[in-house]
Design a protein around this ligand. Structure first.
Ligand SMILES: Cc1cc2nc3c(=O)[nH]c(=O)nc-3n(C[C@H](O)[C@H](O)[C@H](O)COP(=O)(O)O)c2cc1C
Length: 640
């Protein structure tokens, strides 16, 4: 398929772009705690630029110390950062892309713990998520921050960047001023669109004073905040009309704020390119270059946005974390080789929960150098048992290193339990991962044996040098009265057929899988009650995905019974034990068990006893555990 729109050059304000693909700012969490650039930061950006986008916009850089939102954030509030940043601008240029940088102030969307003072805000309204006291900005405070943006712009130019983007989106300080959701000031910096836009206007003016009229400047806006009194597309056009005359050349149209992060990093439950229409409306209204962003994870989708004139440029963020070479592969027509971002938001979860960046489909992210594949010193015969995401990954890594790999799967198709996980409408994206992995296996000369259940005899006969077991797991079956009654259904029975449609159901277990099953059932017209012994549902799920999923369950009238345990299963329902010791009966036509799986270790122990080196990879029913499996596979594939 031709990608002619995506690969047509574009120029504006003296910037020559070789194609329409931009890497938008993405916090890399690859900096030192004091914000200095490391070899890993440089390698990360070098690889992204080398993959073929026309422009790479470096992540949000704090313009003042109290503007940082995390210790890992990039900074530009001192001249000492110029040297490190110039090394990144240089490598981006060397790899043939335009180096750009985003400058930022977090405002109220940080905590006193991080910045050792009360966060600044337009008004005395704390961040609805972080909470804590805030310090409404005085007029002097406003002027000081405006100057900081000007100084940051000067440093950006000195470091060699060729475009500066102002972060006016995602609920950070500039966005806080733009929106009545966070700005209730009664002075010149609040009130109507012109008042709320004044802070941004003055920032652009100051930047222009600092770097002159000819340097390209872009402004990222959350054109829809999806909160009461928040920005809408119409209002965003109004405020942009106020800001642009100060000297903005390009607008990046994003969405969401602290209260609606699902619109910032749209999880797989949300439509692809779901913000492109708003970009199109803004482009038409303002008659100026616009970048679209938001779940544009495939070149085809990106090309259509340009073809339909919704935007001049498309930003591909998580897509380039997943596969930095996506632009090159698209241009060469190698669409099948692209490792598509599945919008599982592992990247988001890992930066917030673990302070480092990870990607489910690309285990090398953030440690590219150390994960470089080296040819095996002694090519071995490797037997991989189980064709789920972990098995497929280890097989292809081992094969690429030169091993002779034999892959065995007892089912008729590869993909393992992810096939089951991808049944629901909202998780179809998992199929792109399975598809990619299958194609890699096909291409790397691996001998694949389907419908083949491996026993110890097979291992004795084949005489492998190494065995890797990725055989999945067995559903946990608790010793509860009535557990074998016909009313009880397994997960595969639920996902494999439509026969439960419209039934009254109880899902036992409200972890990630239980909630996803409940969602699937409620979408097919079932009435659903979730029984969960913990107080929190889907506690392990990435927080943005969790928020969207729970909201959809509530919208579908799913009943949540938390803090409750299953006491027994009867012919027409279940008896549960509530936190206050009561034992109510809940009527149901089907009871679905989603209480977890346990690894099937039998073959592992048998092979181990033969003395053949054997490794085991985790269970892969859904993204969270698929990540563990793929990460283990990545390590084992390199170790053997
Ligand atoms: C890990 C991560 C870090 C991000 N950091 C920034 C940032 O520093 N500045 C910004 O404007 N947006 C940031 N974003 C949002 C992205 O620029 C982009 O708007 C969003 O990911 C949606 O685009 P995508 O679906 O192509 O990833 C970040 C997103 C992710 C996933």
């Amino acid at each position: 398929m031709s990608m002619e729109h995506l690969f047509t050059p574009f120029s504006f304000k003296g910037v020559e772009l070789k194609n329409r693909i931009v890497m938008p700012p993405l916090a890399s969490f690859l900096l030192e705690d004091d914000g200095s650039v490391t070899e890993k930061t440089i390698e990360h950006y070098r690889m992204r630029a080398a993959g073929g986008p026309a422009m790479v916009i470096m992540e949000a850089h704090a313009v003042s110390p109290e503007g940082i939102v995390s210790h890992h954030q990039a900074r530009i509030y001192d001249d000492r950062y110029i040297e490190g940043l110039s090394r990144i601008a240089d490598v981006i240029k060397q790899e043939g892309a335009v180096p750009a940088i985003q400058i930022h102030h977090g405002g109220r969307q940080t905590s006193a713990k991080v910045i050792k003072q009360k966060p600044f805000a337009p008004s005395n309204l704390p961040c609805p998520v972080i909470r804590g006291d805030v310090e409404p900005l005085t007029l002097e405070g406003i002027q000081r921050i405006v100057r900081h943006f000007g100084e940051a712009a000067r440093r950006s130019v000195q470091a060699g960047f060729e475009l500066i983007e102002i972060h006016g989106a995602h609920g950070y300080l500039i966005n806080q001023f733009l929106s009545r959701f966070s700005n209730i000031r009664e002075d010149a910096y609040g009130g109507d669109a012109a008042g709320r836009a004044r802070f941004a206007f003055e920032i652009v003016q100051e930047i222009r004073k600092s770097i002159g009229p000819d340097f390209p400047v872009s402004f990222k806006i959350s054109a829809q905040e999806f909160v009461p009194n928040g920005l809408t597309v119409e209002e965003s056009i109004e405020v942009l009309k106020e800001i642009i005359p100060a000297g903005v050349d390009m607008v990046q149209v994003s969405a969401g704020n602290d209260a609606t992060p699902e619109w910032i990093c749209q999880p797989m439950f949300m439509e692809k390119a779901c913000l492109a229409d708003s970009a199109g409306i803004i482009r038409k209204a303002l008659q100026m270059p616009v970048m679209a962003v938001g779940r544009i994870n495939e070149p085809r989708v990106a090309d259509a946005i340009i073809a339909e004139e919704k935007a001049d440029l498309v930003c591909i963020g998580r897509g380039l974390l997943a596969d930095p070479e996506m632009p090159k592969k698209a241009q060469e027509g190698r669409l099948d080789d692209i490792r598509i971002c599945i919008a599982c938001n592992t990247c988001m979860e890992s930066i917030f929960r673990r302070g480092r960046i990870e990607c489910l489909v690309n285990p090398s992210l953030g440690r590219e150098k150390e994960m470089e594949l080296k040819p095996a010193e002694t090519p071995k015969k490797v037997m991989v048992i189980g064709g789920g995401p972990g098995g497929l990954h280890v097989a292809s890594v081992a094969a690429r290193r030169g091993h002779d790999v034999h892959l065995y799967e007892k089912q008729a198709q590869l993909g393992g339990q992810l096939n089951l996980g991808s049944v629901t409408k909202y998780k179809k994206e998992l199929l792109s991962l399975i598809g990619f992995q299958k194609r890699q296996v096909e291409k790397s000369g691996i001998k694949t044996h389907l419908n083949f259940e491996v026993t110890l005899d097979t291992v004795d006969r084949e005489k492998p040098d190494v065995v890797v077991l990725s055989t999945g797991s067995i559903p946990v079956k608790p010793p509860i009265p009535g557990i074998d009654k016909p009313i009880v259904r397994t997960l595969s029975q639920v996902f494999d057929s439509e026969h439960l449609a419209g039934m009254k159901t109880v899902v036992v277990g409200g972890g990630a899988t239980g909630c996803e099953v409940a969602h699937h059932l409620s979408e097919s017209g079932c009435s659903v009650t979730i029984v969960e012994q913990l107080d929190k549902l889907a506690g392990q799920l990435e927080s943005i995905t969790r928020k969207v999923l729970l909201r959809q369950l509530r919208d579908n009238n799913v009943q949540f019974l938390t803090g409750c345990t299953l006491a027994k299963i009867e012919d027409h329902g279940v008896v549960i034990t509530t936190p206050d010791g009561k034992e109510p009966f809940i009527q149901a036509e089907a009871v679905v068990l989603a209480i977890g799986n346990r690894p099937d270790n039998t073959l592992f122990e048998q092979i181990k006893s033969t003395g053949i080196p054997v490794y085991q990879i985790g269970v892969c029913l859904e993204p969270r555990s698929a990540k563990a499996a793929i990460f283990e596979a990545a390590d084992i594939g390199r170790a053997i």
